[in-house]
Design a protein around this ligand. Sequence first.
Ligand code: SPV
Ligand code: MN
Length: 627
Amino acid sequence: MPKMCLEALKSKMSERDCEKLNAIANPKVQKFITESCELCNPERIFICSDSPEDIVYVRQQAVSRGEEKPLAISGHTYHFDGIEDQGRDREVTKYLVPKDDLLSKTLKQIEREEGLTEVKGLLKGAMHGRTMIVRFLSLGPANSVFSIPCVQCTDSWYVAHSEDLLYRSAYDMFTQKTEQSELFCILHSAGKMNEAMVSVEAEKKCIYIDHTKDTIYSVNTQYAGNTVGLKKLALRLTIRKADREGWLAEHMFLMGVHGPNSRKTYFAGAFPSACGKTSTAMLSGEIILGDDIAYFRSIDGECRAVNAEAGIFGIIQNINPNDDPVIHKVLDTPGEVIFSNILVKDGKPYWLGMDEKVPKEGLNFSGEWHEGKTDKKGAKIPHAHKNARYAVALRALENVDPELDNPKGVKLSGIMYGGRDAKSYVPVQESFNWEHGIIAYGAALETETTFATIGKEGIAEINLMSIQDFVSISLGKYIQNNLEFGKKCKKSPIVFGVNYFLRDKEGKFLNGVKDKHVWVKWMELRVNKDVQAIEGPTGRIPEYEDLKILFKEVLGKDYKKQDYIDQFTIRVPENLAKLERVEKFHKENVAGAPEILFDILNQQRQRLLRAKKQFGDYISPDSLKKS
Ligand code: SPV
Ligand code: MN
């Protein structure tokens, strides 16, 4: 074993930390830590070996340094992010692109050298007087074909602690490997903080992704989506790796759905942030495997999937014991939970839509809060932020899948794509085949911006496969890779389109929040060929009789025929308009969009026009059934 603890590092490390670092032979690790130390100039370096003592130490430091504060329930803490640091920041998250290279037009990018100079300028000396924490983690189960080793250097104990809950510790995986394997490197500093340990220089926030070196830089931010590098920042690198190696990295949940006779069928689902992804993955009575990032590989011709993560960084708004019993229990019983950007009063957290009386004052992301408090612009500050979150390990959930850490993953049978589509798509439909599903539901996914990213809410946009912000290869190539993946599987998963946000003419939602459970059960039956479906112009839709039974079984509800007709009527003009928007988007923004994409969209148009000729603009599912 080479003696790696260099002089520069040695003076900042305990003997024990030197030993821990020396046990890792990969020279890239040593180089990254040395360079990070030289740049950020921490007072001390702590190497986290994932031993129980080290894990406890990280947790304790997060509290003793004040980045987290304890709540009344044992194991629960809270953390605040700055008022301008309450979500993923699209504007300042950029790819570092070498001269002569250009990524998709929809992505923020900056010339690599210029960007490196900027971000390194901001990181220079940023850890002065602080400890640099070094963590070794794995995306995907450790020691598996899916694993991606990651090293994170950060001066935030909150970030290091969050990683405990959200990812798989992998110090041992690093010590066991002797060769110079590929890894992702993440360097983060919270930058200047105030006495409440909140980053204060939001105007100097900078999150840059250097895909040429698989390295991420993040500074002057604490919001986990901008700092826990293994989340969306690493996803951008993973998509490139998957492209090189012939597999898929997706912004998807993974869940097991129970079918008749103890059957368990696995589904993945892509939804833009705050569009129902986590609540679908957590449906009570089903099995959760992941809520945000999934990897798919064809192994011996079978589509196998793993969760890249091991925990949930979930939106807390509207969580209540009735709709979300599983997670609510975790948030209400002793165990490790980090709440962020909630209201705190007398050691208890409060959030928006929680079904409980909220105090008129307390502490929140704006500091001391009282009812009626306004911000600089005079707008009322809510008691908690809409994007307030909780971080928990999946193992804390009683319905977690025992397959979570299976190095071979699980066999995936279905995929669903859902956006925020008020007008066109029906609540659930099945594609005619893999290509149709990928294009007509995935690549055509329309939504609205939400509070999960900083900026204006409710702006209509296309968010291809709900992953557009993170696609670091050309969008055309990304679509092509998805199309080809289906061919690598002997039996590709069945692709469904779901839409939880369909509205009537008055703007009222046509479905209740719990109806998604029925759609999920219907998809499970379809995958296993237990029920028939009706051929519609945009996909196969459920028969009323099957949904009626499921509504009764799953929700104990009488499903009225009129509700079915309202929800599943094919709206031809709205669907034709959707196709126009989607085609325009792909023509203008998607370099190298595969020809087949336009063929599939055009075939959909022809089916809609034929149906319109026969049945008119608004087609009841009953008419289709008889045709
Ligand atoms: C999302 O916004 O899609 C999330 C949370 O899953 S994060 O990306 O971490 O902000
Ligand atoms: Mn997400």
